[in-house]
Design a protein. Structure first.
Lengths: 493, 103
């Protein structure tokens, strides 16, 4: 199998020394689309995070792991699975993060519960793995203690040996569960505020684009030799595209990536959107819109444009959107005629603290989640799902077995990943080398230097992270009380 | 001492600052709480210019990594890394002009 399909061509990279000015904005591209229905991308963020010192030790030093457990994994709403992972009563999966593990169980057609995944007898985990297992009750495989689906201790073998054990004191310990967008969130903090507060603007932005009406068409679990924060930060800007995915420049307008951050109090949410089927400004003089469109159609497995289409940037976007729409309508029987061009091709990814990345639209209809594996700060799990609209008949296809990539495996070696394997490998190579680079920095230079706008999402993440972990106190961020204008100073003036 | 080039005081509004060069030295002149300040325009952390940084409550924050400095003394408030202080220069407003004393 050819690792690199022939339509990926070398268009070169931005030349060293070149400068781009008057970079188009997503807004100007959407204006040129001239669409009646506004995408949520028109709703802009209201917050600009301030510059801050982000040192590399937080990605490598084990001392941060227990702090993250205490202040993030034990306190924040986090995605444990999708509802469709456990479609039938009695289905369960385990959600593991650092050394926490929770069992998420469907207890009725409309209810899901979650428990600490540890038997009350001698602690054995009651289920394991991110793919479902099933039972009419919860039975410990070690000694056979049985709990009902609601976690209540029902039966223990040789009960006369345990005269002091009863269901009131020895049932499974539940954690909070809430769902949104077909995602099952858990929160181990019994005093946690409702999920909606953490979702913030997501509720409004997805109101007309319900993710619960999408199904998992592909699920990929990738073990990465990289800290979970650095792993997700590889996807928190579009700035890497021109170098890392240079062969995609004819169809990714990464320089025009729009970054939005929303202020605290509405959830810790941010978003980036890279216009799709927009030739990057760095190579727009070398590649025609039609050439970009040809690559786009190949990569997205869409019918190639007939002659005369895609001659202008606007028409290239329009053709790509039309082709995507026709394909989707044929696949699903649903009507997408109301959706703007942007919905079909632009690549908008939201972020919800601490680790959830839902995409919007059909441009890249994905879903990411990043979790640390165990307490090793160098290991994390990247979960990717392709979420497609469920067909008009409402029949939700079953969740496929996940494609699992172990440490150091390549996506290109897995033909079932299609064009995604190629892109995944480009990103994975960076993650590994970044984690190594953190430890290789020269003394006194072990800190990030971030772009003002393109990398504002990363800055925002660490603003929240520092605050939750109490790291701001060390930095003495609180300004000293404003000195009153002194008389002496006034006299001098 | 030097006050070349003289700056129009009105050009520096509250919470704003400008980069100037006086006797070959890069100086950052800004206004906070109504008062003018002049400090060396080179962050002691990574050498960034300070113009473009936030000026508020008598403090300037470096626009690159956010190190904070007390404008009156130049002292770095980011204690974790204990950066050196900024140099400070006497500054006065006279006849609608700003004068900075650079030795």
């Amino acid at each position: 199998m050819e690792a690199q399909p022939s339509y990926w061509k070398d268009y070169g990279k931005p030349e060293s020394g070149s400068v781009v000015v008057d970079v188009p904005t997503l807004e100007s591209i959407l204006d040129a689309d001239n669409q009646e229905r506004a995408a949520p991308l028109r709703k802009r963020g209201d917050y600009q995070p301030e510059p801050r010192l982000i040192t590399y030790d937080r990605y490598t030093d084990p001392k941060y792991v227990p702090l993250e457990v205490e202040h993030i994994w034990n306190k924040q709403w986090q995605v444990a699975c999708r509802e469709e992972d456990i479609p039938n009563v009695g289905d369960r999966v385990s959600y593991d993060v650092v050394n926490n593990s929770f069992m998420v169980v469907r207890t009725s057609p409309t209810e899901i519960k979650a428990f600490y995944n540890s038997c009350r007898h001698r602690a054995r985990k009651l289920c394991s793995g991110p793919t479902k297992s099933h039972g009419k009750d919860i039975r410990c495989p070690f000694h056979g203690w049985v709990y009902d689906l609601d976690g209540k201790l029902e039966w223990i073998p040789l009960a006369q040996e345990f005269p002091h054990v009863d269901a009131q004191h020895n049932s499974l310990v539940p954690v909070k569960v809430a769902t949104w967008g077909g995602n099952v969130f858990i929160n181990p903090d019994p005093n946690a505020a409702p999920l909606e507060e953490s979702l913030g603007i997501l509720v409004d932005h997805y109101k007309n684009y319900p993710i619960e009406e999408r199904y998992t068409a592909m699920r990929i679990l990738i073990k990465v030799r990289c800290n979970w924060k650095a792993a997700q930060e590889a996807f928190m800007e579009g700035y890497h595209v021109v170098e890392t995915h240079a062969d995609g420049m004819p169809m990714f307008g990464s320089a025009a990536t729009q970054v939005d951050v929303w202020s605290a109090g509405k959830g810790f949410v941010s978003r980036l959107c890279t216009p799709g089927m927009t030739t990057d400004v760095y190579i727009a003089d070398r590649v025609t819109p039609r050439e970009g469109l040809m690559l786009y159609c190949h990569a997205q497995e869409l019918p190639l444009p007939p002659e005369g289409r895609g001659l202008t940037p606007v028409d290239a976007r329009r053709y790509a959107a039309e082709a995507k729409r026709a394909t989707l309508e044929a696949q699903t029987g649903r009507d997408f005629s109301r959706e703007p061009v942007s919905y079909f091709i632009d690549m908008a990814k939201y972020f919800m603290f601490p680790n959830h990345h839902p995409w919007w639209g059909e441009g890249l209809p994905w879903w990411y989640n990043f979790t640390p594996i165990g307490d090793n700060p160098d290991h994390s799990m990247m979960e990717i799902r392709v979420l497609l609209p469920i067909p008009a008949d409402g029949q939700r296809p079953p969740v496929p077995e996940p494609i699992e990539l172990d440490f150091d495996e390549k996506g290109a070696d897995r033909p079932e990943l299609g064009a995604m394997g190629h892109i995944i490998d480009q990103d994975l190579a960076n993650m590994l080398a970044v984690q190594q680079g953190f430890k290789a920095a020269a003394p006194g230079t072990a800190y990030m230097t971030l772009a003002n706008n393109h990398e504002a999402k990363i800055r925002h993440f660490h603003e929240v992270y520092d605050r939750l972990l109490g790291l701001d106190a060390d930095e003495a961020a609180a300004p000293v009380a404003a000195p009153k204008p002194k008389r002496a100073a006034r006299k001098r003036a | 001492m030097s006050d070349v080039p003289p700056l129009a005081a009105a050009a520096i509004a509250e919470g704003e600052g400008v980069a100037v060069e006086i006797r070959g030295r890069a100086i950052f002149v800004c206004r906070s709480g109504g008062r003018l300040y002049a400090v060396s325009n080179r962050c002691t952390h990574a050498g960034s210019r300070l113009d473009g940084g936030k000026v508020c409550d008598g403090v300037v924050a470096c626009p690159l990594h956010g190190a904070k400095f007390q404008l009156s003394t130049g002292e770095c408030l980011s204690r974790r890394l204990n950066y050196a202080s900024l140099k400070t220069f006497p500054v006065r407003e006279e006849g609608g002009r700003v004068h900075v004393d650079v030795p």
